[in-house]
Write a protein that binds this ligand. Structure first.
Ligand SMILES: Cc1ncc(C[n+]2csc(CCOP(=O)(O)OP(=O)(O)O)c2C)c(N)n1
Ligand SMILES: [Mg+2]
Length: 558
C-alpha cells in the first residue's frame, strides 16, 4: 500500500518534475524516503530562500512549475520572500512544506506556525493536504493553478502523519494540454482600427511577453507590422531579429531618452504589460491611446488605464492582429527616425577606459563576452537600471532581472538555475556587493552541483542604489556603507575560483578566462557610480529642460 509521501512523489513524477530544491526537516522524512526511490533528484541548498528562488526561476524559464521543499515553521517562513518573488513575477512554482501531525499532537505546539494562512497573500493557492487519498487530485490542481495565466506560486502543506499514513492505491491524475483561447474577433477589429488610424504607433513589450509560450508570435507581429518597439525591463529580448525596430528599454518611468518616442506616440500597443513592473511610462489624461494585449485583462491603475484590450493567447492573437495590419500601415515607421538618437545617447561612454569602470563600460564588456543566447541574471541594485537600459538582448529571457518584487538575493540562485536548465550556454550572475552577500553561501551549492557559472560582483562598499537615492533627495551621505570580505579568498574557500580585476582593460580578459576555465568563478570589479547622478539626473534633466539640443523631430508623420 502506498503511503501519503509515495502518492505525493508519484504525482510529482506524473507532472514531469525531475528535481526538487530545498532543505528537509524531520517532518519531511517520509517524503525524502519516497524521493530516494524515485526519478526525482533532491537538490539541497544552504537556505530555503535560495531553493525557492531557483524553483521560481525554473518556472520562469520553462513555463512549468519548479518545485521546492521545506520543513514546517522556520523553514517554511524562509520561503516567503521567494513566494512573493514568484507571485509578483508570475513564475509558476510549487512549494511543499511539512507540518506537525494533525490527527495527534505528540509535540504540542513546538515549531507550529499557521503556514497555510501565512502564505495566503503570497500565493495563488495555499492549502493543507488533510488526507492521503486527496493527494493525486490536489497535486494536479496545484500544478494547473501554478501554470495557468497569470502563473504564480502554490503552497501545499503535507503534515507528517498524512505523509506517513497508508493511502489508497490511486493513480495520479493524467495531465493534458490546455490551449488558451484566442482573442475575440471584435476586440481584434477594434484594435486594428485604432492602429490603422494611428499617426505615430509604437509597440511596447512587457513582462508577459517574456513567457516561454509568448515569444514566437511576437517576432512575427513586429516583423509584419514594422512598427518600432520598446520594452519594459522584464520584456527585454523577446523579439529575435527585430533589432532594427528596437527603440530602447524603459528603465525609468519618464524622461529617459526612450521617452522621446513614447511621449510622441499616439497609439501604444502594450503587449504583455503587467503593472507589477515599475511603470515604463506614465499615462495621463492627454496621453496616447493604449491597447492592452495580453493573456489576462489589464489591471487598471493610476498610470495605466488602456483604451482597448485584446485578451487571449498572445502569440496566435497577435498573428490575427497582424493579418489585419500587414501592408496597410502607412505610418508604421513614423517614430523610427528617433531611434538612432536615442540609442546613440544610451551607448555614450561605454568604451571609456577610466578606472574604476563606469556602469556603461561594464555593461558593454559583459555583452562582449556573452553570446546571443547566453544568460545574465541580475540581483537588485543600481546596476540593474544600467543593464536594463544599456544591455542589448536578442533572445527572450537572456537578461533575467526582477522588476517586480525587486528583491536582493535572487541573482545568484536564479543564475544557478539558468546554468542547470541550459548547461550548454554561458551564464553569468551580476550582483552588487550587498545583494551577493544575501545568498553568497549558495556558492557551495553551485560548486557541489558542478555548475559552470561566472559571478560578477560590482564592488562599491555600499548599498549603492539607496545611497544614490539619498544623494538625489539631498540627504547627507550617511549610514549606507559597509566592509566586504576578500572576495577572491571567499570564493576559494568554497572551492570556487576568484579573480579581482584591477584595471579596466582587464575586465573582458578576466571574464573570458573565467568562462573558459569552467566551474564556478567569481570576478570582483569596482564600479564608478558617479555616473548615476551625472547621467540619470544631471544629463537627463538638462536634456528635458532644453539646455541640450533636443532630438530631431521625426521627418514625417509628426
Ligand atoms: C531584500 C531587499 N532588501 C532591501 C532592498 C532595498 N534595496 C534596493 S537596492 C539596495 C542596495 C543594493 O546594494 P548592492 O547589492 O551593493 O548594489 P549597488 O546598488 O550597491 O550596486 C537596497 C538595500 C531590496 N530591494 N531588497
Ligand atoms: Mg554595492
Amino acid at each position: 500500500m502506498p503511503k501519503g509521501s509515495d502518492l505525493l512523489v508519484a504525482a510529482l513524477e506524473n507532472e514531469g518534475v525531475d528535481r526538487i530544491f530545498g532543505i528537509p526537516g524531520e517532518e519531511n522524512l517520509d517524503v525524502v524516503e519516497s524521493l530516494r526511490g524515485s526519478s526525482i533528484r533532491l537538490i539541497l541548498t544552504r537556505h530555503e530562500q535560495a531553493a525557492a528562488f531557483m524553483a521560481a526561476t525554473y518556472g520562469r524559464l520553462t513555463g512549468k512549475p519548479g518545485v521546492c521543499l521545506s520543513t514546517l515553521g522556520p523553514g517554511a517562513l524562509n520561503l516567503t520572500t521567494a513566494a512573493a518573488y514568484a507571485l509578483l513575477g508570475a513564475m509558476p512554482t510549487v512549494m511543499i512544506t511539512g507540518q506537525k501531525a494533525i490527527h495527534t499532537s505528540p509535540q504540542a505546539r513546538f515549531q507550529f506556525v499557521d503556514v497555510v494562512s501565512a502564505f495566503k497573500p503570497l500565493t495563488k493557492l495555499s492549502r493543507q493536504i488533510a488526507g492521503a487519498a486527496t493527494i493525486p487530485t490536489l497535486v494536479r490542481d496545484a500544478f494547473r493553478i501554478a501554470m495557468e495565466e497569470r502563473p504564480g506560486p502554490v503552497l501545499l502543506e503535507l503534515p507528517e502523519d498524512v505523509a506517513g499514513e497508508d493511502g489508497p492505491d490511486l493513480l495520479p491524475v493524467p495531465v493534458h494540454a490546455v490551449e488558451i483561447p484566442v482573442a475575440h474577433r471584435a476586440a481584434l477589429d477594434r484594435a486594428a482600427e485604432m492602429i490603422l488610424a494611428a499617426k505615430r504607433p509604437l509597440t511596447m513589450l512587457g513582462a508577459a511577453a517574456s513567457r516561454p509560450r509568448s515569444t514566437s508570435g511576437l517576432a512575427g507581429f513586429v516583423r509584419r507590422t514594422q512598427i518600432p518597439f520598446f520594452t519594459t525591463q522584464m520584456g527585454k529580448g523577446t523579439v529575435p531579429s527585430g533589432a532594427a525596430l528596437y527603440m530602447g528599454t524603459a528603465a525609468l518611468s519618464e524622461r529617459d531618452y526612450v521617452h522621446e518616442a513614447v511621449d510622441r506616440a499616439d497609439v501604444i500597443i502594450a503587449i504583455g504589460h503587467d503593472t507589477i513592473e515599475k511603470p515604463p511610462f506614465l499615462m495621463g489624461p492627454k496621453g496616447p491611446q493604449v491597447i492592452h494585449v495580453s493573456y489576462t485583462p489589464a489591471t487598471v491603475d493610476e498610470v495605466y488605464f488602456p483604451h482597448a484590450e485584446v485578451v487571449g493567447d498572445v502569440g496566435p492573437s497577435l498573428e490575427l492582429l497582424a493579418d489585419r495590419l500587414e501592408g496597410m500601415l502607412r505610418n508604421a515607421g513614423a517614430l523610427l527616425p528617433l531611434r538612432e538618437g536615442i540609442l546613440s545617447r544610451i551607448t555614450d561612454r561605454n568604451t571609456e577606459d577610466r578606472w574604476p569602470p563606469t556602469p556603461q563600460r561594464i555593461v558593454h564588456d559583459v555583452r562582449q563576452v556573452i553570446p546571443e543566447d547566453g544568460i545574465v541574471a541580475l540581483d537588485n541594485g543600481m546596476y540593474k537600471i544600467w543593464f536594463a537600459r544599456n544591455y542589448r538582448t536578442h533572445v527572450a529571457n537572456t537578461l533575467l532581472l526582477d522588476n517586480a518584487l525587486a528583491t536582493m538575493g535572487a541573482g545568484l540562485p536564479s543564475a544557478m538555475m539558468a546554468a542547470m536548465v541550459y548547461p550548454e550556454r554561458r551564464v553569468m550572475a551580476v550582483c552588487g556587493d550587498g545583494g551577493f552577500m544575501m545568498n553568497s553561501h549558495e556558492l557551495e551549492t553551485a560548486v557541489r552541483l558542478k555548475l559552470n557559472l561566472v559571478v560578477l560582483i560590482l564592488v562599491d562598499g555600499a548599498y549603492g542604489m539607496i545611497r544614490w537615492k539619498q544623494a538625489v533627495d539631498n540627504f547627507p551621505d550617511f549610514g549606507l556603507t559597509f566592509g566586504n570580505p576578500d572576495f577572491v579568498k571567499y570564493a576559494e574557500s568554497y572551492g570556487a575560483k576568484g579573480t579581482r580585476v584591477s584595471a579596466t582593460a582587464d575586465l573582458i580578459p578576466a571574464l573570458t578566462a573565467a568562462f573558459d576555465g569552467g566551474g564556478v568563478h567569481l570576478v570582483a570589479v569596482p564600479i564608478d557610480y558617479s555616473e548615476n547622478t551625472r547621467v540619470l539626473v544631471d544629463e537627463l534633466r538638462a536634456h528635458w529642460s532644453g539646455t541640450l539640443k533636443p532630438l530631431e523631430e521625426p521627418a514625417h508623420g509628426v
